[in-house]
Design a protein around this ligand. Structure first.
Ligand SMILES: Nc1nc2c(c(=O)[nH]1)N[C@H]1C(S)=C(S)[C@@H](COP(=O)(O)OP(=O)(O)OC[C@H]3O[C@@H](n4cnc5c(=O)[nH]c(N)nc54)[C@H](O)[C@@H]3O)O[C@H]1N2
Ligand SMILES: Nc1nc2c(c(=O)[nH]1)N[C@H]1C(S)=C(S)[C@@H](COP(=O)(O)OP(=O)(O)OC[C@H]3O[C@@H](n4cnc5c(=O)[nH]c(N)nc54)[C@H](O)[C@@H]3O)O[C@H]1N2
Ligand code: SF4
Ligand SMILES: [Mo]
Length: 715
C-alpha cells in the first residue's frame, strides 16, 4: 500500500527571505516543494534553493548519529559512530575538565549563521553557556553584520534596532554593497526583491546601485556606479556634506530627540564631492545628484550591506548611513527606513548589547555583545599563555571556510585538546572535532523565525510544525544544548536550569507581544491562533515608532557618536591620502560575491545546486586580464599577504578595472570531508587569501572586501 500524500506549509529557513513553502510528502519522501501563494510576505516566491531542502533532508552524507574521531589511530582521520549517551557524557566531561584545568577562558565557542535561522539554536545555547562562561565567544556576526548592531546600539539604544528599507513604498533606493538579486536580501527580509525593485521603477522611482561589480541587482537598477572597494565611507561622508552645503537637511522636522547633527556637519566638511570623486572613481556630478535625490525625494532610502559592512571602514560607513537617513528626513518614515514590529518582539526584554567592555587577549580587539572578532580566533588558539583556547565548541559554523585566513584556523584547530561540533556534516571545520553531534534535519523540527520577522519589509508572523516526525533516538539542536547543559550542571554540582521547549518560549512571546492576547490587541495572537494560519498572518506595513521605541538612556538619538567621528582621521590617512609607496604596482583589490544557487559554505552537496558551469571563478576585467596575460578559462595565481591560491579566470566587464572577485564558501578539496558532491565541485576558498589582520579597526569586524592581492598567470 502506498502512503497517502500530505501537504505541509513551512517557511524556508535557508536565507533571510523566509519564503513560505508548500511541501508535499508521501511517507518519508518529499514529492514537491513550491512557493506558498498565501504567505503574506513572500506571496509565492521561492528561489532554486528551496527545492534543495529535500536533498538536504535525504542526503546520505548528512550525519544521523554522533561521531567520534579516532584521533590517536593512524593519521587521526578515522571516525566511528557512537551512542548519544557516550557522545554527550564525553563532551560534557571534557568541557568541564579542560576548563577546570586551564581556566574559564580556555573554552572557545563559535556559533555560525544557520543558528540564527533555527530558533532552538537561539533560545537554548544559554542552557549550556550560562554555566560555562568564557570571554572567548565568537560567531559569524563579526564576518558580517556587526556594524549594523553597533550603530543600532549607538543610535537607537539596542543592537537589534536595525533600520530596514521600506522598499514597497520608497521612490529612491540607494544600494551600496548589496546584491539582493543573488542574496535574496539581507538585513532586509524581502522575498521576491526583483518584483519589488521593478515596482519602484514602475511607479516612477529610481534604484541606484553602487558596487565595484555590475551585479545582477545593478543590472536591473536605474543607475549603477562603480566604486573602488573600501572607499564608500568617503562617498557617504561627501553625501552628507553636500546635503549640509546645499541646505537640504530635514532632520529639524523630528524635534528635540535628535541631537548632535551640528557636530556631524563640522566633521564632514573636508569631504567635498570632488575629493570623494577622486578617491572613489565616481563622478562629482553623480555624487551631488545622489545627495540631492536622497534629500529631495519625499521617500528615499540609503541602504548598505556586505560590501560596506565587511570592509575596513564598516562601522564608519554605517554611522554615515544612519546620519544620511536622519539628515535627509528618511528615518522612521513610510518609504524611508523603518523599524519592523515583529509579533515576538525580543527588543524590550533582551540584552541591548555592549561594546569594548573587554578586549581580545592577543591583539586587543574589542568585544561586541560579549563576542570577540572571529578574525582573532586562530591566534587565541595558537598563542600560549593564560587564557589560551584549549577546547572549542562549534555550532552551525564552518569558520575554516568562512573566516579570514581560514588556512591558519584549519591548522590551529588540530592543536586543540578537544573540539566538539554540533553540525549535520563532516566538513572543513568539523573534521577537526573529536565529537560531532548531528541534530535532526530541518524538516524534522518546527519552525519560527525569531530573528527575521524583526528585519522584514512587512510585519507578518508564521509558525509551522515539523514536516516529518523526529526519527527515533535523534535529537534536535535545542535538545543537544539541553542535554549538555544538564550534564555539565551535574558535573559542576549546579542546579540544572530547565528551559521550556522553544515552542513554549514563542507561545509566551506571541501572547505577550505587541499583537498578543495578553496585551489586549485586537488580533489577540496566541501560538494557537498563529498555528491555525500555517501560511502566516499579515500584521501590516511598517509603521513609524520613534521616539517611543528608542532604548537609549535619555530616549534621544545622538548622531555625533564620538568613536565613529574619531575614526574619520584613519579614513583620511588610509584612504583619502594613503601613502602610495605602500602600494605595490601590480596591486588589485579582491572582493566577494554570492550566487543564488549557493549559500555560504554548506550547500554544495546537492547536485541540482552545483550542476552547470563552475561558479568559483576569479572575475577579472578585460583590461586587467590583458595587462596580466590572463585568459578566460585559464588559471591564475592570486597572492595576498598571507597566501597564494590558484584559481580559474573569468574575464568579464562586469568588474571595474583594478578589482577582482571570488565567491566564498568553496574549497572542499581537503582530506577527510564527507560531502561527496561538494568535494567533486571543490573550488578554492577565498578565505585562504583574506587576511585576519585586515579588519575594521573601529569595530573589529573582518574586512573580506578590498583585500590587496597580486595576480600572475599560472601554467
Ligand atoms: N544565494 C545566496 N544567498 C545568500 C547567501 C549566500 O551565500 N548565497 N548568504 C546569506 C548571508 S549569510 C548574507 S550576510 C547575505 C548577504 O547579502 P548581500 O550583502 O546582498 O550579498 P553579497 O552578494 O555579498 O553583496 C555584496 C555586494 O557588495 C559588493 N562589494 C564588494 N566590495 C564592495 C565595496 O567595497 N563597496 C561597495 N559599495 N560594494 C562592494 C559586491 O560586489 C556585491 O555585489 O546573503 C544571504 N543570502
Ligand atoms: N570572504 C568572505 N567570507 C565570508 C563572507 C563573504 O561574503 N566573503 N560572508 C560571511 C557571512 S555573511 C557569513 S554569515 C559567514 C557564515 O559563516 P558560518 O556560519 O561559519 O558558515 P556557514 O557556511 O554558514 O556554515 C554553516 C555550518 O552550519 C551547519 N548547519 C547547517 N544547518 C544547520 C542546523 O540546522 N544545525 C546545525 N547545528 N548546523 C547546521 C553546516 O553544516 C555548516 O557546517 O561567512 C562569512 N564569510
Ligand atoms: S529566497 Fe531564501 S528563503 Fe526564499 S526559497 Fe530561496 S533560500 Fe529559501
Ligand atoms: Mo551572513
Amino acid at each position: 500500500m502506498t502512503a497517502e500524500q500530505k501537504t505541509h506549509y513551512r517557511a524556508c529557513h535557508l536565507c533571510e527571505a523566509i519564503c513560505g513553502l508548500e511541501i508535499v510528502t508521501q511517507g518519508e519522501e518529499v514529492i514537491s516543494i513550491k512557493g506558498d501563494k498565501n504567505d503574506p510576505l513572500s506571496r509565492g516566491h521561492v528561489c532554486p534553493k528551496a527545492v534543495a531542502l529535500q536533498d538536504l533532508h535525504a542526503d546520505p552524507d548528512r550525519l544521523r548519529k554522533p561521531m567520534k574521531r579516532l584521533r590517536d589511530q593512524g593519521d587521526g582521520s578515522e571516525w566511528v559512530e557512537i551512542s548519544w549517551q557516550e557522545a554527550l557524557d564525553t563532551t560534557a566531561q571534557k568541557l568541564v575538565e579542560i576548563r577546570q584545568q586551564h581556566g574559564d577562558n580556555s573554552l572557545g565557542v563559535y556559533l555560525g549563521n544557520p543558528a540564527v535561522h533555527n530558533y532552538g539554536m537561539l533560545t537554548h545555547p544559554p542552557v549550556l553557556f550560562k554555566q560555562l562562561k568564557t570571554q572567548n565567544r565568537f560567531s559569524a556576526t563579526s564576518v558580517d553584520q556587526l556594524p549594523h548592531h553597533l550603530v543600532g546600539l549607538w543610535f537607537y539604544g539596542h543592537k537589534d534596532l536595525i533600520t530596514i528599507p521600506d522598499i514597497d513604498n520608497t521612490d529612491y533606493f540607494l544600494i551600496l554593497g548589496g546584491n539582493p538579486l543573488a542574496s535574496n536580501g539581507s538585513l532586509m527580509t524581502v522575498p521576491d526583491v526583483r518584483k519589488r525593485l521593478k515596482a519602484i521603477q514602475a511607479r516612477g522611482g529610481k534604484v541606484v546601485t553602487i558596487d565595484p561589480r555590475r551585479s545582477e541587482t545593478a543590472d536591473i537598477s536605474t543607475e549603477h556606479h562603480f566604486i573602488k572597494p573600501g572607499t564608500d565611507a568617503v562617498l557617504l561622508l561627501a553625501l552628507l556634506n553636500v546635503m549640509f552645503e546645499k541646505g537640504l537637511t530635514k532632520h529639524q522636522g523630528y524635534g528635540a530627540w535628535i541631537e548632535g547633527v551640528e557636530a556631524v556637519k563640522e566633521v564632514v566638511k573636508p569631504f567635498s564631492a570632488e575629493i570623494a570623486a577622486k578617491v572613489t572613481g565616481m563622478s562629482a556630478d553623480a555624487i551631488v545628484d545622489i545627495a540631492t535625490s536622497l534629500a529631495q525625494t519625499e521617500k528615499a532610502v540609503c541602504y548598505g550591506r556586505m560590501g560596506v559592512s565587511v570592509q575596513a571602514f564598516g562601522a564608519l560607513c554605517h554611522w554615515a548611513i544612519q546620519n544620511i537617513n536622519i539628515v535627509a528626513g528618511n528615518l522612521d518614515k513610510p518609504g524611508g527606513v523603518m523599524f519592523p514590529l515583529p509579533a515576538v518582539d525580543t527588543v524590550p526584554n533582551s540584552n541591548p548589547g555592549g561594546f569594548a567592555r573587554f578586549h581580545s587577549r592577543v591583539r586587543g580587539l574589542p568585544e561586541f555583545n560579549g563576542e570577540l572578532p572571529s578574525s582573532t580566533l586562530a591566534e587565541e588558539i595558537l598563542t600560549e599563555g593564560e587564557g589560551q583556547i584549549k577546547v572549542l565548541f562549534t555550532g552551525a559554523g564552518n569558520p575554516v571556510l568562512s573566516t579570514p585566513n581560514g588556512a591558519q584556523l584549519d591548522r590551529a584547530l588540530e592543536s586543540l585538546e578537544f573540539m566538539v561540533s554540533v553540525d549535520p556534516y563532516l566538513n572543513e571545520t568539523t573534521r577537526h572535532a573529536d565529537i560531532i553531534l548531528p541534530p535532526t534535519s530541518p524538516l524534522e523540527h518546527d519552525h519560527y523565525d525569531l530573528a527575521f520577522h524583526g528585519l522584514a519589509v512587512r510585519n507578518t508572523t508564521r509558525y509551522n510544525p515539523p514536516v516529518f516526525d523526529k526519527p527515533e533516538g535523534a535529537l534536535h539542536d535545542y535538545e543537544i544544548f539541553t542535554a549538555l547543559g544538564e550534564r555539565v550542571a551535574a558535573l559542576l554540582g549546579n542546579e540544572p536550569k530547565p528551559r521550556s521547549e522553544p515552542k513554549d518560549v514563542i507561545a509566551l512571546g506571541l501572547a505577550y507581544g505587541p499583537y498578543g492576547e495578553q496585551q489586549g490587541h485586537e488580533l489577540g495572537l496566541t501560538l494557537e491562533k498563529v498555528s491555525a494560519n500555517p501560511s502566516g498572518i499579515d500584521l501590516g506595513e511598517l509603521k513609524p515608532c520613534l521616539p517611543e521605541r528608542l532604548k537609549t538612556a535619555d530616549q534621544k538619538i545622538h548622531c555625533d557618536q564620538s568613536l565613529a567621528m574619531a575614526d574619520i582621521d584613519r579614513l583620511w590617512s588610509e584612504v583619502v591620502e594613503p601613502n602610495q609607496q605602500d602600494k605595490a604596482d601590480n596591486e588589485l583589490l579582491l572582493i566577494g560575491r554570492r550566487h543564488v544557487r549557493s549559500c555560504n559554505s554548506w550547500m554544495h552537496n546537492y547536485k541540482r545546486l552545483v550542476k552547470g558551469k563552475d561558479r568559483c571563478t576569479l572575475m577579472v576585467n578585460p583590461a586587467d586580464a590583458s595587462k596580466l596575460s590572463l585568459q578566460d578559462g585559464g588559471s591564475a595565481t592570486v597572492t595576498s599577504r598571507i597566501n597564494s591560491v590558484d584559481v580559474t579566470v573569468e574575464v568579464t566587464d562586469e568588474l571595474m578595472p583594478g578589482v577582482v572577485s571570488l565567491p566564498h564558501g568553496w574549497g572542499h578539496n581537503r582530506k577527510g570531508i564527507r560531502m561527496a558532491i561538494a568535494v567533486e565541485h571543490a573550488g578554492v576558498s577565498v578565505n585562504d587569501l583574506t587576511d585576519e589582520m585586515f579588519v575594521d579597526k573601529l569595530s573589529g569586524n573582518a574586512a573580506v572586501n578590498g583585500v590587496p592581492v597580486a595576480i600572475t598567470a599560472a601554467s
